[in-house]
Design a protein around this ligand. Sequence first.
Ligand code: XBP
Length: 268
Amino acid sequence: MDRGNLRADKLVALLFAVDGTLADTEEIHRQAFNAAFRVAGLDWLWDRELYHKLLTVTGGKERIRYYLDGFSTDASARSVTDDFIAELHRTKTENYTDALARGDVPLLPGIERLMLEARAQGLRLAIVTTTTPANVTALLDHSFLHDTSDWFDVIAAGSVVPNKKPAPDIYHYALERLDLAASQCLAIEDSANGLRSARDAGIDALITVNRYTEDHDFTGAALILDHLGEPGKPCHVLAGELDPGGLVDTAFLLRLHAHCQAQRAHSG
Ligand code: XBP
């Protein structure tokens, strides 16, 4: 359904990215990659500095290829096949989901509180991520305190679309599945790639940063915060006109969304 020209100003759904947005998982990803390389007998080692650069590319298999093409000193790197990368990535996913199953990856401040409240207020929720579906399941099963099995109308993850973030495909896919217009949604993202993906699908985005993304260019973001805030742990505005006063709640998101809609209407 083409809803591109529909003016629908009411906020209906919140669309959450995963890695670095729901939980600080990029370190777990990095360690899972390195463990997969070790098991395969490779001497590749991704330290934090290198991983920061590799995060330019979303998707684990794509990230390994990006490393081989631009960063590896291994002479045979170019001849590595897609099948070999896929096998390495399978091991990486096992390592990652095993780490989450150990249960020591907490959600970031405000995530579960906001989701609970938003659902109680009648907002719909979706997950929109480039990560592998099994990784999302592991996070939902092991890091949330509540049973989330009926929380998300859509879980859009991984390779269900041809082009991962920063392409808008995964957001287009989620909108189609939700049967909503972009103007009825707000994205919660943590990276420049995620922001571009959401914005190019016509969806405004609130950004929460982390150690891997705090230096990103977030031009066009609705608001940039350090996190969503919890009682006793207020969030701080890093850039933007509206201030949630220490805690992002549904009432604030309705206000932020209306503000973004008004700005879009103003700029034509
Ligand atoms: C997702 C990511 C992913 C993972 C890798 O971010 O950063 O690329 O690092 O996942 P977001 P796979 O949730 O913001 O879209 O290894 O499973 O591909």
